[in-house]
Design a protein around this ligand. Structure first.
Ligand SMILES: Nc1nc2c(c(=O)[nH]1)N[C@H]1C(S)=C(S)[C@@H](COP(=O)(O)O)O[C@H]1N2
Ligand SMILES: [Mo]
Length: 395
């Protein structure tokens, strides 16, 4: 029954961009930010960045509704044009192979029943989130701030799975691949690797549930890697192959793509060349005002500013709020702590004077002491600048 429903839901994914239900567009606040909205299978109306591969952005209003991003509103990012659309959960197999003593082939039931189930609240953010705001502009998907989301992930610990394969003592990295393959033989396959120290982190899981439900097919059904604190590029979707390597991975997606300058704040000047790079790892600390929009107008009187903050895994220490464009700051009240990898809500109030104009800003500090900074790099990765939200008060 379940499987039939799933196949029906995904059938519309095959073929053209005309299949999803289209709605009116949106205009994102940067050059060429005109986008259509479309409802893909298992998704509500989301902002379409590209349709082949399908890349969908979460509208900003969703982040004001709660700390967790609903599955049907969660952003979607794939690299290769042909994404998995027909996955039979009964036929699904996850292989563990390479530099191991006992290679494994696991079905979905094995993952659910043979390993302890654990849960973690964690933000998934694309390294290129907010890239559209980079100045000067940089190539790549021109995302606004919606290539991120927070979910409660449930699954088996990666280290427990690996332990059953008895990795060899000379294991250096572990490589992950999902179900999709390139359309052309010359295109590199999408492969991502993590150091042995990272795969042994008990927070890293092979997730078969997202917010208490199956993963949407566009978010990696039936299982995906969840690497709390790390950028989304490592969170391999439709995961079906785990290979233990004895040497650092030299494949395109590790050696060439998803690298940042090995400089303070991973930042360079647009004219800089010849700098060393390293693979991107942890999320940078960020905060967003979620209930007020830039250029909007509000009523006079006591006004609530509400938002979210998160970082790369130490948790949020404080969020500063300014109503005067960053001249003065005071602390917002932090909401419930849902774990160090989760969105953390915050609120503050201010008195909005009739006819006034306020340049609002939020600035988070992590428990690790990291603050939001202005950075620029050629891929627009890890952006976490303090952004202004200017509102005018009706008189
Ligand atoms: N199999 C597979 N997994 C993947 C990718 C991909 O292209 N193929 N893209 C990665 C990147 S860069 C990101 S940001 C996240 C996006 O996850 P989402 O689509 O569930 O939001 O998936 C990651 N996992
Ligand atoms: Mo990404």
């Amino acid at each position: 029954m379940k499987r039939k429903r799933f196949l029906a839901a995904t059938a519309a994914l095959v073929g053209t961009a005309a299949s999803p239900a289209l709605a009116a567009g949106v205009s994102l606040p940067f050059a060429s930010g005109e986008r259509t909205l479309a409802a893909y299978p298992q998704k509500r109306q989301l902002i379409v960045l590209t349709s082949r591969p399908v890349q969908l952005e979460t509208p900003a209003a969703i982040f004001d509704a709660g700390e967790f991003t609903p599955n049907d509103a969660f952003f979607v990012r794939w690299h290769l044009p042909e994404v998995p659309t027909h996955i039979d959960p009964a036929a699904f197999r996850l292989k563990v192979r390479g530099a191991v003593t006992s290679p494994l082939t696991l079905g979905l039931d094995d993952l659910r029943t043979k390993f302890e189930a654990v849960e973690v609240n964690a933000v998934l953010e694309c390294a290129g989130n907010s890239r559209g705001f980079s100045a000067p502009r940089v190539p790549g998907g021109q995302w606004a701030n919606g290539a991120m989301g927070n979910a409660r992930w449930r699954g088996a610990r990666l280290r427990d799975i690996l332990a059953r394969s008895y990795p060899r003592a000379d294991a250096a990295q572990v490589r992950f691949q999902g179900a999709e393959r390139p359309a052309l033989p010359t295109t590199p396959e999408f492969l991502k690797s993590l150091d042995v120290a990272v795969v042994n982190d008990p927070n890293v899981i092979v997730a078969y549930e997202m917010n208490g439900a199956d993963l949407p097919v566009l978010n990696g059904f039936p299982v995906r890697l969840v690497v709390p604190g790390y950028f989304g590029t490592y969170w391999v979707k439709a995961l079906n192959d785990i290979e233990v390597l004895t040497e650092p991975d030299q494949n395109y997606w590790m050696k060439t793509a998803y690298r940042v300058p090995a400089t303070p704040n991973n930042s360079v000047a647009p004219t800089d060349t010849g700098f060393a790079t390293v693979p991107i790892t942890n999320l940078t600390v960020r905060s967003f005002i979620t209930n007020l929009t830039d250029g909007g107008s509000i009523g006079a009187g006591r006004t609530t500013i509400r938002g979210i903050a998160f970082d790369g895994g130490t948790g949020i220490r404080s969020v500063g709020i300014s109503t005067d464009g960053g001249t003065t700051w005071r602390d917002a009240d932090l909401g419930e702590d849902l774990g160090k990898f989760s969105f953390r809500r915050w609120t503050a109030t201010f008195d909005a004077r009739s006819g006034g104009r306020y340049v609002l800003a939020s600035r988070a500090t992590s428990n690790g002491g990291e603050q939001q900074v202005n950075r620029w790099n050629p891929s627009g990765y890890a952006r976490n600048a303090v952004e202004n939200v200017t509102v005018t008060v009706k008189s």
